[in-house]
Design a binder for this molecule. Structure first.
Ligand SMILES: Nc1nc2c(c(=O)[nH]1)N[C@H]1C(S)=C(S)[C@@H](COP(=O)(O)OP(=O)(O)OC[C@H]3O[C@@H](n4cnc5c(=O)[nH]c(N)nc54)[C@H](O)[C@@H]3O)O[C@H]1N2
Ligand SMILES: Nc1nc2c(c(=O)[nH]1)N[C@H]1C(S)=C(S)[C@@H](COP(=O)(O)OP(=O)(O)OC[C@H]3O[C@@H](n4cnc5c(=O)[nH]c(N)nc54)[C@H](O)[C@@H]3O)O[C@H]1N2
Ligand code: SF4
Ligand SMILES: [Mo]
Length: 698
């Protein structure tokens, strides 16, 4: 007899409702839940890999300690007390501890409920995390413009008539900082209503292929494009903030003064998008119909990432599409970070070596390796990584390898021996995904509709296994104990969740959510300004000082840019997720996905054909990779997907190791960053390419 259980897929931001058919502890099937309030029955192939993680023989079940004779399994109490003691030894010595928080943590509400006490126990000042490889430009812009880092403007695609996507590929990523399951159908429905999708991307992506228009853009040059759009709006006399007019501060005029100094022809030459195309897009977004400008990873992971996100706000404001149905709107989730959490800090302290400001409590991950390797007061001696794999995810992975190996103490909370955790002294593995419950605490605020959904664990964890939150709570207590401090009794995540739900303006409870396995729809997004603004004067701050200054840096850059012959960008695939889903046989089957895409003209110039081996190199490193010649990438641009490079010695990911691929981050440069947010630069990397002559040996 099998049973069917409703659950939420935890893998990406889309939060799809799934139906899991179980035979005792065995998963028989995973299907989309047609009754789920948000995902409408949609799932992607990754959901079907949940049992592969659950049952993966490579998944660690017990704490691991590194010894001279290899990994040794130890019990939890021993692990916690040894780590607590060794952590305290570092803190009482000349070096300092640090944390690295990876991406999957943002999908686990229960862990989030324990993190504050954990950070307090460790005493770390700044946190290194995946956010500074990804999304800090959004969050710091939101703080500066709207007064709160969590005020994410959400694209209201279900009621829109035009969407411009710049540097995002939701058909592969399923949406980012935008919880939008079933995005392909939502786009299709917009097109059926007569709406249009336009994509601006150096690659003709899966999303570009279903768009009404696609424009190539030179990697790293989007600031020029956004400025060009603003100028085109002005030239066409289409700047009309409408209902927003009374909410704009004096910065509005200041920003325009600065913008109008740019010459549209220079901007167009810089980014490669023609003046006519910019004009055409401006006419559409300024036409008065509900329209969205959305820019994601591709425009954030640039040296002008924060300026780009700021200019996107100005575009949505200038066309009256901010806080408008069918434009971009702020969510009103059941558990509201804007009401519950601080607005976010900036520059309270800075990094030791490069003096980079703390941004929302985070420090640039691009500086982590240097902070570990460079001697002197404040050198990092102990690191705890929580659900992260910086060796593969962060620039110059090979330097991070060296840095991690040199630490006095490395602890990794991870279920695998990964490229990162192989360097650890201790690996603390969480239980399997079906043993966790789920609530979209950090993601519901970015959803296309306001909703709440709770799903319980489907399986009991074994007696000798631990959930992530229990590991964090255990480490918190052990570190406090070793440092002679008391630990507050951890609040059970479900108790914390229930309290937050009860405090919400929707008057919900965990019990109610438990009785609603398909989730509860809390209605469409709706206009909330000016009430929701968190700026002290309740105005939209249109010209943040830092952004205005950085626009001057852009002007200098524009005058001096030398365009490299070949630049490298990344890509995502719907069957992969960052570095950690390559150990599922059913996901990795099919053609090799870790290829170097290059344009036919470049292939011809370098005498390269599809399936040739190519060396890609620069001053950071080199990789050897098989070529895939395609006019899907722009001339002068090559693409390698990120998340691969599983051939590093000592990892234990047996399926991933069969086709390890190479890591794009062996070529990205930690010296490059967005100085405002500290965010990494992950695309537009200058590289050289050459065909590898294979010498046959006897
Ligand atoms: N060049 C380039 N680099 C990139 C990107 C890019 O586009 N190009 N993308 C960037 C982005 S957007 C991000 S978010 C970062 C991601 O950076 P990271 O978060 O550092 O990397 P992930 O690959 O997501 O690693 C997640 C780790 O967590 C483990 N894990 C998975 N689930 C769980 C869990 O439930 N509990 C625990 N304890 N561990 C778990 C996995 O085994 C894996 O080792 O990478 C960035 N790096
Ligand atoms: N299947 C899958 N889904 C995922 C992930 C995954 O690894 N796999 N990762 C998750 C995570 S952590 C995140 S943050 C999101 C990311 O979600 P998205 O931002 O939608 O993801 P990407 O596919 O990286 O899209 C970035 C796009 O920017 C383009 N690009 C590169 N350089 C430039 C540039 O200079 N200018 C412009 N305009 N475009 C550029 C790339 O070609 C790419 O199409 O996806 C999430 N979902
Ligand atoms: S899009 Fe795929 S991975 Fe993301 S939540 Fe839905 S089923 Fe899971
Ligand atoms: Mo990300």
């Amino acid at each position: 007899m099998t049973t069917i259980h409703a659950k939420t897929c935890h893998i990406c931001e889309a939060n799809c409702g799934i139906l899991v058919e179980m035979d005792e502890r065995r998963v028989v099937s995973i299907k989309g839940n047609p009754d789920h309030v948000l995902s409408e029955g949609y799932i992607c192939p990754k959901a079907t890999a949940i049992p592969d993680i659950q049952d993966d023989p490579d998944r660690l079940r017990k704490p691991q300690k590194k010894t001279k004779n290899g990994w040794q399994e130890i019990d939890w109490d021993t692990a916690f007390s040894e780590i607590g003691q060794r952590f305290a030894d570092v803190v009482f010595g000349p070096k300092v501890p640090a944390l690295y928080l990876g991406n999957p943590g943002t999908h686990d509400y229960s862990k989030t409920t324990q993190v504050r006490n954990f950070i307090k126990a460790t005493g770390v000042e700044g946190i290194y995390s995946a956010s500074t490889l990804d999304q800090l430009p959004h969050m710091i812009t939101q703080k500066w413009v709207y007064g709160h880092n969590a005020m994410f403007p959400v694209a209201d695609i279900d009621r829109s008539q035009y969407m411009l996507i710049v540097g995002g590929n939701p058909l592969a990523s399923n949406g980012s900082l935008w919880t939008v399951p079933n995005v392909r159908n939502r786009i299709k429905r917009m097109q059926e209503r007569g709406g249009k999708l336009v994509v601006v991307d150096p690659r003709k992506t899966e999303t570009a292929k279903i768009a009404d228009q696609h424009h190539f853009i030179r990697p790293g040059s989007d600031t020029a494009f956004f400025l060009g759009l603003l100028i085109s709006l002005k030239n066409a006399d289409l700047v009309s903030p409408k209902h927003l007019s009374g909410m704009l501060d004096d910065g509005w005029a200041e920003a325009w003064n600065a913008i109008e100094k740019f010459d549209i022809e220079t901007l167009s030459n810089h980014c490669g998008v023609s003046i006519e195309s910019m004009h055409e897009i401006a006419l559409e977004i300024g036409s008065g119909k509900p329209a969205i400008v959305y820019g994601r990873m591709g425009v954030s992971v640039q040296t002008f990432g924060t300026v780009n996100q700021w200019l996107i706000q100005l575009l949505n404001i200038a066309t009256g599409n901010l806080d408008r149905e069918g434009g971009v709107l702020f969510g009103k989730p059941a558990i509201d970070p804007v009401a519950n959490a601080g607005t976010g800090s900036y520059g309270r302290y800075s990094t030791r070596l490069k003096n980079s400001p703390e941004v929302l409590g985070e420090l640039p991950t691009v500086e982590l390796a240097d902070e570990i390797l460079t001697e002197g007061e404040g050198q990092i001696g102990a690191l705890i990584t929580v659900a992260g794999n910086p060796v593969i995810s962060a620039p110059a992975g090979q330097q991070i390898d060296t840095a991690l190996e040199s630490l006095d103490l490395l602890v990794s909370i991870d279920m695998y021996v990964t490229e990162t955790s192989r360097h650890a002294d201790y690996i603390l593995p969480p239980c399997g995904p079906l043993e966790n419950d789920h609530y979209p605490l950090l993601l519901a605020p970015m959803a296309v509709r306001n909703f709440a959904a709770y799903s319980p664990a489907l399986l009991e964890r074994a007696e000798d296994e631990r959930k992530d939150w229990e590991i964090i709570a255990g480490l918190t207590a052990a570190i406090n104990h070793a440092m002679g401090k008391d630990t507050p009794e951890p609040v059970h995540p479900q108790v914390a969740l229930d309290a937050m739900l009860k405090a919400s303006s929707y008057d919900l409870s965990l019990k109610q959510l438990k009785e609603s396995p398909n989730g509860i729809d809390l209605g469409p997004l709706f206009p909330q300004l000016p009430e929701r603004l968190c700026t002290p004067d309740k105005k939209i701050h249109c010209a943040p000082e830092e952004c205005m200054k950085d626009l001057e840096r852009f002007a200098t850059d524009l005058a001096n840019t030398q365009i490299p012959e070949i630049t490298l960008i990344g890509r995502r695939h719907v069957r992969s997720n960052n570095s950690w889903l390559h150990n599922s046989r059913r996901l990795v089957k099919g053609p090799d996905r870790c290829t170097l895409m290059l344009h036919p003209d470049d292939a011809k110039n370098y005498n390269i054909q599809s399936d040739d081996m190519v060396r890609v190199s620069n001053h950071i490193g080199q990789v050897e990779i098989v070529a895939e010649v395609t006019d899907d990438v722009m001339k002068g641009v090559v693409s390698i997907p990120h998340g691969y490079g599983h051939a590093r010695k000592g990892t234990k990911l047996s399926i991933a190791a069969e086709r390890p691929g190479v890591s794009i981050n062996d070529l990205t440069d930690p010296a490059e960053k967005d100085p405002l947010s500290g965010n990494a630069v992950l695309n537009g990397i200058p590289v050289q390419i050459s065909k590898l002559e294979i010498v046959e040996t006897a």
